[in-house]
Structures are given as C-alpha cells and as structure tokens.
Design a protein around this ligand. Structure first.
Ligand code: ADP
Length: 495
C-alpha cells in the first residue's frame, strides 16, 4: 500500500487501495504504470493507482462473463442479502469513506457523509426492489396457446462514472445492475478512483463473488481505450454512463455499432424560477443549497436563476447577503461550506463564465474571482442581470456562481426556462396551486423541484429528457434499465 500522504488517517487503512480490482484480484496495470490521485484542497498526491487500458478491461469483461450465469441464477433474495452486507459495511465505515471522498474530491465532510449514506441506500433499495421483478401472463387470442412474459438481467454491463459524486454514482449503477443479476465492469473518473476502490474492498469483504464487480482504473488519456473496449466488446450488452454530453454522445455512437443498450445521465442547465407569490425564505434557502452544494459542481445545480420583477431587488439583496456568509475552505475543516473546485481546468471555466457574463452586461455583486486561498478555490459569486446570451445561460458553469435574471410574467419564465437543449432538473417556487400545476406541465425536464432545492433520493427516478440523457436511475423505474423483457409463446397445450 503506497500511501503518499501520511495525513490520510483512516481508521481502517485497508480502505485506501492503490490497485484496481479485476476478477476479484487486486491488480496493477500490465505495464506497471500508475497515475497520481491528488487532493484538490492542497494539490498534493494522495495515492498512485494503475493506468490501465484495453487489455486489463478485456480481462475484467471476461471475468464478468464467467461470473454471470452463477450470479444470475442465485435467488434475488440472496443477491439482496449480499448487497445489504455491502451497504452495512459502508455505513459502518462511513467516516473513513467520507474522509476519502473529501480528500480526493474536495467537498465538505458533512456533504461527503451525506453522499455515503445516499450511496449505501442504493444497495438496500435495489436489493429489495429486485425481489419484486414480476412477469405477466397475457390472455391468448387463440385456443391451445398461452402467452407468458418473463424478465431477465441484460448480462455483462459496463459503467463509467464522473468525479462529482465519486461514491453515489458507483452504487447508482452497480446496485441495480447487480441486484437484478447483471455483472459489471466499472471505470471511475480519473480524479476520484479511491472511493470506487473502497466500495470494491467492502464488496470483497462482504463476499461478492469474483468477477461480479470489477473496477478498472485509468488516467484521462486511458479513458478512450477503456471506453472503446466497453463499447466494442460484444460480451458487454449495456453501458451506463454519467458525465459530460460530449463524452456521452461519443459513447452512444460507439454503442450504435452493436446496438448496445445505453443509459446516459448527462449535463443539465437547471432553471430556478422564483415567482412573485413564492415563500421567499424558502426560496432563498432552497437556492443556497442547490447552488452552492458541492461548490456548484452538480448536474442539477441552479444555472439560470429567474426572479420575478416584483421581488427581484429584495431577493437579490438577501441572496447576496447569504452567499457572503459562506465559508470557503478545505472540506476537512468543519467550518467550510464551500470547498475547492476539482482542478485547474474547472477553475478556468468558471473564470471564463464570469468574465463572459460581465462582458454581456451582468453586474458583479459578490466574489467574481479566484479565492484568496489560492489553488482551485473560487469565491462564492453573485451576478446581477445576467443576459440569456451569456455562456452561463447556455452551458453548465460547474462552480459557486449564481447568475440572476429577471422576468415579468409566467409565460416568459417558462419560455426562457425551456430555451435550452438540456432537460435534467428545474426548480420553481410558488404558493399558487393553479400555477404549480400549469408550470409543472410545461417545463420540459425530467425532474422538477417545486418549493424545494433538494431532489436527490434513491426512491425517486433521476434522469433527464432532451439532450440530458436516456433512462432513469433510482426508484422502481431504475430497475427497468438493467433488465430485458422476454415473451414466451406456448403452443400445443390442447385446450
Ligand atoms: P467531466 O467533464 O465531468 O469530467 P467527462 O464526461 O469528461 O466529464 O468524464 C466522465 C467520465 O467519462 C470519466 O470517468 C472519464 O474518465 C470518462 N471519459 C472521458 N472521456 C472518455 C471516452 N472517450 N471514453 C470513455 N470514457 C471517457
């Protein structure tokens, strides 16, 4: 175990892994190469993990194939019990997992603690849900025949996950896949492989059979080759991906050659609308949570904040005051509410969006620049009168930057909210029941937060429409993405 930073003080040191997990074996890259995982709060390396490529991915896929039949044929209750053991171990080691997550990703410890609970919840939820995968019988229109419908796991699946929720995105894919009887090869983001490897360590401890879940690690330059193997290898029947639209489209194109099933959870550009009849205290609290959680690095963060004319000035003043109270600092410090951005590229994008919004006429009310702490810290920022033409209004900013715009009537707010190729999450605040129904029906989004800024929970279906993706994760609907429906036409029955 090559620990680079002696300050990584886990109660259970074996949860910090510097090898990938393939076919139930902790493995180095074939050529022994590694890359550094760094702490965004300090820029210091935490560990070095293997730089793998197609050959290692292929072996993981072959192991998943070899493990598939036995795993599929286990009763759902047994698979559920195993997932439940992994869940229990995650909760038992929650402090260590949260610390590891904060060290590699940067978010405040309290948020990491919440993410570990959320990640663990998928294992319990999907384990239970898989016990209830029912088939059907359909009355036959002809005599002597019967029609049965049965459900089956898709088979060997691939998973590719992002860095912003390094633990929850792993279980949100692996838990439903494994619960229904699929096996999986998963590649975590190069910035945050340690959380995925820690989950694999707990899965091994819980007794998950070799090959059922493999974790292949690689640096940014290795991702295309690993992705190619997952999409081109005919053994893999499905790919689940969470990440950027650009990479999601590449992977979808690659999957087209074999008509491989895909689930894609891609970017968003969430509108956050506050109508004049809203409860302002609630709207202010909801926006602060939704905007600054994970330093604004979530695909469901408010990116276009639309405030009704009548309440605009008061809302802007109160929100700017609240944002000014946020404490920027390392995630490991209990006072910190806003951690560093993931890397220098992320910082550069946020700086570019702020400069562009100002070029398009926005006024800076708070922050607006890299934080005095240096590194990748960015000061919580509020911009007034952001133009719909600004980059911030069209692309994900992924930073602690709130851009406010005004509107004067409901239709204008809806038009503006829908004026994007994305359709993941939208939020609005209103106490008028007629308006709540009207607006909900017209917003083109997969998830609506109505009088709340908090929407992520394992029992509800998470996913987008339009270019934000395909499929749903979480809830009873999340099971469907990992199963196939088979129709059995039975003849010769005699009556
Ligand atoms: P972000 O911009 O949030 O980092 P990405 O879409 O680049 O999002 O990354 C999400 C995941 O996709 C990461 O695990 C990354 O390594 C992986 N990835 C990036 N490029 C490719 C690719 N060409 N093929 C397969 N996976 C990729």
């Amino acid at each position: 175990m090559a620990l680079d930073t002696p300050t990584v003080a886990l109660a259970d040191a074996s949860l910090l892994r510097d090898q990938a997990f393939i076919a139930g074996t902790w493995s180095d890259a074939d050529d022994g190469r590694t890359f550094a995982v760094t702490n965004p709060a300090t820029g210091e390396p935490i560990a070095h993990v293997p730089r793998m490529s197609s050959a290692e991915t292929r072996r993981a896929i072959e192991a998943a194939d070899a493990a598939f039949i036995a795993w599929r044929d286990r009763p759902a209750a047994e698979r559920a019990a195993l997932l439940r053991r992994i869940r229990d171990l995650m909760i038992e080691h929650r402090d260590d997992l949260a610390l590891l997550l904060t060290l590699e990703q940067g978010k405040p410890l309290a948020e990491s603690q919440a993410e570990i609970a959320y990640a663990a919840a998928f294992l319990e939820w999907f384990g239970e849900e898989a016990k209830r995968i029912y088939g059907d019988t359909i009355p036959s229109p002809q005599p002597g025949r019967r029609i049965l419908v049965t459900k089956h796991p898709i088979g060997v699946c691939g998973g590719i996950t992002p860095w912003n929720f390094p633990s929850a995105m792993v279980t949100r894919k692996a838990a439903p896949a494994l619960a229904v009887g699929c096996t999986m090869v998963l590649k975590p983001a190069e910035q945050t492989p340690l959380s995925a490897l820690a989950i694999a360590a707990l899965a091994e401890r819980a007794g998950l059979p070799p090959g059922v879940l493999s974790i292949v690690t690689g640096d940014a330059d290795d991702a295309p080759a690993i992705g190619r193997e997952l999409t081109d290898n005919p053994i893999v029947r499905k790919l689940g991906f969470t990440g950027s639209n650009e990479v999601g489209k590449i992977l979808m194109r690659q999957c087209a050659d074999q008509v491989k099933n895909v689930s894609l959870e891609l970017g968003g550009n969430a509108p956050f609308i506050v109508f004049e009849d809203a409860d302002l205290d609630e709207a202010l609290a909801g926006l602060a949570l939704c905007k600054f959680r994970n330093s604004g690095q979530t695909c469901i963060t408010a990116n276009r904040i639309l405030i009704h004319d009548k309440i605009y000035d008061e809302f802007v003043e109160r929100f700017t005051h609240a944002a000014g109270q946020l404490i920027v600092g390392p995630g490991t410090s209990p006072e910190s509410s806003v951690g560093p951005l993931i890397d220098a590229q992320a910082l550069e994008k946020v700086q570019r969006h702020v400069a562009d919004a100002r070029d398009h006429g926005a006024h800076l009310l708070l922050g607006g620049e890299a934080h005095e702490r240096g590194g990748t810290y960015f000061a919580p920022t509020v911009l007034n009168e952001v133009s719909p033409e600004a980059a911030m209004s069209r692309e994900e900013t992924f930073g602690p930057v709130a851009g406010l715009q005004r509107f004067s009537d409901e239709d204008e707010a809806i038009r503006s909210a829908n004026d994007t190729p994305y359709g993941l999450a939208a939020y609005f605040y209103s106490r008028d029941i007629g308006r709540v129904v009207r607006v909900s029906e017209q917003l083109e989004y997969g998830i609506l937060g109505i009088n709340t800024g908090f929407i992520s929970v394992e029992v509800a279906p998470f996913g987008g429409v339009k270019e934000s993706g395909i499929g749903r994760e979480g809830s009873k609907y999340g099971v469907d993405d990992w199963i196939e429906t088979r129709y059995l036409a039975l003849g010769g029955i005699g009556r």
